[in-house]
Design a protein around this ligand. Structure first.
Ligand SMILES: [Ca+2]
Ligand SMILES: [Ca+2]
Ligand SMILES: [Ca+2]
Ligand SMILES: [Ca+2]
Length: 349
């Protein structure tokens, strides 16, 4: 870091930041992630130097000290509401090939190069959809002439938590990434992550305690740096077991399909069913402990004949199986007893 550029004053919350792209109004103790100035896989023109974070009573403020050349800067936040997505490769804004272990991005702050018109502050809703956050602002400062830039963003706390009331004890998880174009992986991460594999799995992030005194309000008089911890979530040999679909060939009319599975470790995620055109037709949320079973059944009525794909998706682990629906009524299997004809009916015959 070129610390000579940084202000030396110490500030505590509540601290209001002027959103003009000039990050010099962030104080030294609002630098929550101090990233190396030469650790990018893509050279010195694609570096994150540092991420700043602070708040006043109404807004969260984020500042980024960075440089990119024909790449994007993304800052992702998990606000602890269990919403958002573990994988951001299907987003309608800035889809990039990252999945997340231990954090679920809910807020996306992004910019391409240092072009103001490409910038956004959006909420990740579900199924890859995002929406703008009312009242949020983002401004890039390019006065350094493309050598080294800053962005600043503000997010009203009212738009993240109903009536601005935090879940007592709330934390926010944050990671910043330099990524290529749509569906590309990354070049630098803050805090550092091993940017390997497809997708890049992000398992290290900053955790900032917003409400240590658990009164539901953003804490006053704290140093953001002191309430930030860099956390790494280790990989576990997670798997989905006993994944069954009954029957594998179901009739379009009068049949039902039962799906069940277990997980080898605590997990939450979605069981999703897609048709052969990739259209999602059913979605079930699950939250399971180790070896707990999830089971669900649904009627086939109204579904078109064809192949269907069942996906168990925890964000960083996906298991898939297929079943088929055939036209017409329920199929009787060879080993199934024939329906009994009552003696009365037989007599009528
Ligand atoms: Ca400023
Ligand atoms: Ca860096
Ligand atoms: Ca880094
Ligand atoms: Ca508080």
């Amino acid at each position: 870091m070129l610390s000579i550029l940084l202000p030396l004053l110490i500030a505590t919350t509540y601290h209001t930041i002027e959103i003009d792209g000039d990050i010099s109004d962030f104080a030294a103790d609002e630098l929550i992630i101090d990233d190396s100035d030469n650790d990018s896989r893509w050279g010195t023109l694609n570096e994150i130097y540092g991420i700043y974070f602070t708040w006043d009573a109404e807004n969260l403020y984020i500042g980024a000290d960075y440089i990119v050349q024909n790449n994007a800067l993304l800052i992702l936040l998990d606000i602890g509401d269990a919403e958002g997505d573990y994988n951001i490769n299907d987003l309608d804004w800035y889809p990039r090939n990252f999945s997340f272990r231990g954090m679920k991005p809910r807020v996306l702050v992004a910019i391409w190069n240092s072009e103001q018109w490409t910038s956004c502050v959006r909420k990740i809703v579900s199924n890859g959809q995002t929406e703008p956050i009312n009242g949020a602002t983002i401004v890039v400062d390019t006065s350094a002439g493309g050598v080294r830039n800053g962005i600043e963003a503000s997010i009203p706390i009212n738009e993240l938590f109903e009536n601005g009331q935090l879940t007592p004890g709330s934390c926010v998880k944050l990671v910043a990434l330099i990524a290529g174009g749509d569906h590309a992986t990354g070049g630098d991460a803050a805090p550092d992550n091993e940017l390997i594999g497809t997708p890049n799995v992000i398992s290290r992030f900053a955790v900032v305690e917003l409400d240590a005194n658990a009164d539901g309000l953003l804490d006053a008089d704290v140093s953001p740096n002191e309430v930030t911890e860099i956390v790494e979530v280790p990989h576990v040999n997670f798997e989905v077991t006993d994944f069954t679909i009954e029957p594998r060939v179901a009739a379009q009319k009068g049949d039902s399909v039962h799906i069940s599975f277990k997980v080898s470790d605590n997990a939450d995620g979605y069981l999703r069913i897609y048709d052969e055109n990739g259209r999602k037709i059913r979605e079930f949320w699950f939250s399971l402990g180790a070896d707990e079973e999830f089971s669900v059944g649904f009627e086939t009525d109204g579904l078109q004949p064809g192949i269907y794909f069942v996906e168990v998706n925890t964000g960083n682990y996906v298991a898939k199986k297929a079943f088929a629906i055939v036209a017409g009524g329920r199929i009787r299997l060879f080993n199934e007893p024939h329906p009994k004809i009552s003696s009365k009916r037989r007599a009528i015959r």
